[in-house]
Unconditional design. Sequence first.
Length: 346
Amino acid sequence: MKPTMRDIAAAAGVSPGTVSNVFNGRKGVGPDVQQRVLSVARKMGYARETTTNKLRNCIRFVRVRKHGLIIMDTPFFSELMEGIEQECHHSGYELLITNINLGEPGYQERIDSIVEDPSTPFILLATELDEEHIRLFSEAKAPMIALDRDCMPLGVNSVTMDNLSAGIMAGRLLIEKGHRSIGYLASSHPIQNDHNRRLGLELAMREVGLSLQPADILHLEPTMEGACRDMLALLDLKKPKLPGAFFCMNDLIAAGANRAFKERGYKLPDDISLVGMDDMPVCSIIHPPLTSMSVDKAHFGAVAVDQLLYVIKRKPARALCVTAQVVPVIRHSIADGGGARVVNPA
């Protein structure tokens, strides 16, 4: 099997980053270390492809799951993939799809093979990834775009949705309806999007002299079943008060919480109002229909392809981040507010 940069690093007693620096001619590596790395590489039969190789007429979509609780086969990701596939077709590119589950045997070798391939530009679905895992791809020899996470501070070109504005708009909607006691239903598996949505809510509340209380940030599993289970457990603690309204990290959390509240005797939206995020089909199915913050998911995917093609053609000197607009879709899950509600399950 072809040796990887990680194999060479181990044999040469240096870090994979040092090996990458040597192969890419970067400064900061002493001549002795450089010669040692190159000698080890030759002995191991490492044949490095140069970055001058012609790019293939295809785009790879790399879907990386860290825990799989957010990246699932939901309508959100189905529509996203449809947008990517259609834009690749319209632009004359073949689409390759690679799924990687972090922690499974051989996942690092699969990442290395993508990073070391200079011929196939790729879109990295970075929804569940933290900085450590983004950095695994940041030395890619082919052009890349990170999707659904702002990676510009890491020097990686990105396309994301305007999560901060989504939180601000959700907060303003609730405040305009008279709510002054507002909470946030967060993911128990934090991601950057979750943080930015909550931050937006906090900013909207500060505009009118309110603050998001730590006790009103409830962490639920970001799935419908998990959110229902976790919310039922919280309600069974018989907490004396809950906010009269919540902004939810995603629609699945909102739908799960909706079911839990009903099972414990709450009337929605009279007792508790909810605003979701993503505008998935479940929003129209549950009762009351869920107000949600919406992004055009197919367009979101298409923009990622367009930006990757821009990076291929223009080779920007600095990382860029393109942000997709989010708009509210108003339904019937927000009632007129009147402050905190007394929790008194039957």
